[in-house]
Design a protein around this ligand. Structure first.
Ligand SMILES: *[C@@H]1O[C@H](CO)[C@@H](O)[C@H](O)[C@H]1NC(C)=O
Length: 145
């Protein structure tokens, strides 16, 4: 390979990796970040997520962070505490809506109940971008069922 070809190859590889992170970040946002989410919207929002799953099987549980994307991304860029590997726990608590599966097997029959809470969230960061919701930590506040 000539130098130019090798350089082009590396450039392409970089672009591919970046596109991949971007795709994972967008997927994360769609699944876990919604400033307008309410417990009553669990059925309709989970319907969209299950529709997009390859097998359309009901997801058992999904947590939505009530914030805008920038606030969640900030956890990866200084707003969180490293918990090993690429997992980061947010320094401040977020309001979340947790949708829990109550019946049905696959889209469109999945049913859910929603609950709300205030928790510190644990996410996986790929560089500056959140790519996976790993869990949350109770901080002793319960908002309701
Ligand atoms: C949804 O439920 C209906 C009624 O029980 C059933 O006939 C149908 O096969 C179910 N659909 C899926 C995709 O599971």
């Amino acid at each position: 390979m000539t130098f130019q070809k090798a350089f082009l190859f590396l450039l392409l590889l970089c672009a591919t990796v970046m596109a991949d992170v971007n795709q994972q970040y967008n997927h994360f946002l769609k699944q876990h970040v919604d400033g307008e989410m309410t417990t009553l919207k669990c059925k309709s929002q989970m319907e969209i997520l299950n529709l997009n799953r390859p097998d359309r099987k009901c997801k058992l549980k999904n947590t939505f962070i009530l914030a805008n994307p920038d606030q969640v991304q900030a956890i990866c860029t200084g707003g969180g505490t490293l918990k090993g590997n690429n997992l980061v726990q947010s320094n401040k608590p977020f309001s979340v809506v947790i949708c829990t599966h109550t019946g049905g097997e696959s889209h469109p029959n999945c049913t859910y109940k929603g609950s709300s809470a205030t928790k510190k969230v644990i996410i996986a960061c790929d560089g500056k971008f959140p790519v996976h919701y790993d869990g949350d930590v109770d901080i002793g506040i319960t908002d309701g069922k």
